[in-house]
Design a protein around this ligand. Structure first.
Ligand code: F6P
Length: 362
């Protein structure tokens, strides 16, 4: 029987989202002859059915190399706790019944939710309310459980490694300490793997609280060996032992989670106090989320998209597509969102970094 699939992209954008959308649309239409409806701006779009439009083969033509998402997204709209103004104050309303009613009104038989931990938790709640949901894992942070990789991560790594290569030449010329601040709120995957690939001397990640005096000693030792420059990569969520994360903007009624930023400057200030060296900071920021996806992310996004359609055909609702080894399989969304996939401070990748002489701040 012909079906109608709704697809939305939620949370922060990342390269490869359009590959997933294209994969869903193409396989739904070409293999099954189904209809696809694109939902704009994440779950917000389900509160306003007028912005939901059919996606055809023409709609997805040429989008494979494009960054971002043609559907738009938001990392604010949670229909179970939706910020609304009432009598001059912000309240959080549960609009999930309206979302479920709109899904029915749109004639959507299955919803494909592409998102990170936050969006997939919302998808899970909707599935508990009876909505047939299939999840697709997305985030540049690569911190989702039950999948070896999320799409977007590989592109972000390329961007960060390229930045490290560029910082190397100028650091060496000026005999400076160069600090690169990268994304990674709770998980240090981007800092760790780009740091290894980009030949960093110090890598600071949220999973290993750092000691500033030990970082200064490492930089001094390098200078004594004749390397008069050092490269430090710091995840935005890294923090000193006994201290806390550096917050750029506190959470408020609308933005439920605080915005991180400033760890690079924090480390720079302390290094300048103990070493007689020039220090400069580069914050890579949203450059890591933008741009054309790498080959790996295009292929992974496409495979996740077609797998999501196969899962709809098989009635595997409440499940998420994921990559295990070289194979795409499915796992319960509940298992994938139970907690975050963090770097193991005693694990193989950290050991590799330390065997290469990279200092992890401890
Ligand atoms: O989850 C992805 C992420 O890039 C985090 O690493 C970062 O803390 C956050 O998004 C930034 O989000 P925003 O787009 O709201 O600044």
């Amino acid at each position: 029987m012909a079906k109608t699939i709704g697809i939305l992209t939620g949370g922060g954008d990342c390269p490869g989202l359009n590959a997933v959308i294209r994969g869903v649309v193409k396989s739904a239409i070409i293999r099954h002859g189904w209809r696809v409806i694109g939902i704009e701006d994440g779950f917000d779009g389900l509160l306003n059915p007028a912005v939901c439009k059919p996606l055809t083969l023409e709609s997805v033509r040429g989008i494979l190399p494009r960054g971002g998402t043609i559907l738009g997204t938001t990392n604010r709209g949670n229909p179970f706790s939706y910020p609304m103004e009432q009598d001059g104050v912000i309240i959080h309303a549960d609009l999930s019944d309206k979302v479920v009613a709109n899904i029915r009104e749109l004639g959507i038989d299955a919803l494909v939710a592409v998102g990170g931990e936050g969006s997939l938790k919302i998808a899970l709640e909707l599935s508990r309310k009876g909505v047939p949901v299939v999840g697709v894992p997305k985030t540049i942070d690569n911190d989702l459980r039950e999948t070896d990789f999320t799409f977007g991560y590989n592109t972000a790594l390329e961007t960060a490694t390229d930045a490290l290569d560029k910082l190397h030449t100028t650091a060496e010329s000026h005999h400076r300490v160069m600090i690169l601040e990268v994304m990674g709120r709770y998980a240090g995957w981007i800092a760790l793997e780009s740091g290894i690939a980009g030949g960093a001397d110090v890598i600071l990640i949220p999973e290993i609280p750092f000691y500033i005096d030990r970082i200064c000693t490492a930089v001094t030792r390098r200078s004594a060996r004749g390397s008069r420059f050092s490269i430090i990569v710091a995840a935005e969520g890294a923090y000193p032992s006994g201290g806390c994360r550096v917050v750029a903007q506190e959470a408020d009624e609308r933005q439920t989670i605080e915005r991180l930023g400033g760890i690079g400057q924090f480390v720079a200030k302390h290094i300048e106090q103990c070493l007689d060296m020039d220090v400069r900071v580069t914050v890579l920021g949203h450059l890591q989320r933008g741009g054309s996806p790498t080959t790996f992310d295009r292929a992974l996004g496409s495979r996740f998209g077609t797998k999501a359609v196969e899962m709809v055909a098989d009635g595997e609702f409440g499940y998420m597509a994921c990559l295990k080894g070289r194979t795409i399989i499915s796992v319960p969304i509940e298992d994938a969102t139970r907690d975050l996939k963090l770097v193991d401070p005693q694990g193989e990748i950290v050991r590799t970094a330390e065997d290469l002489g990279i200092m992890l701040g401890r």
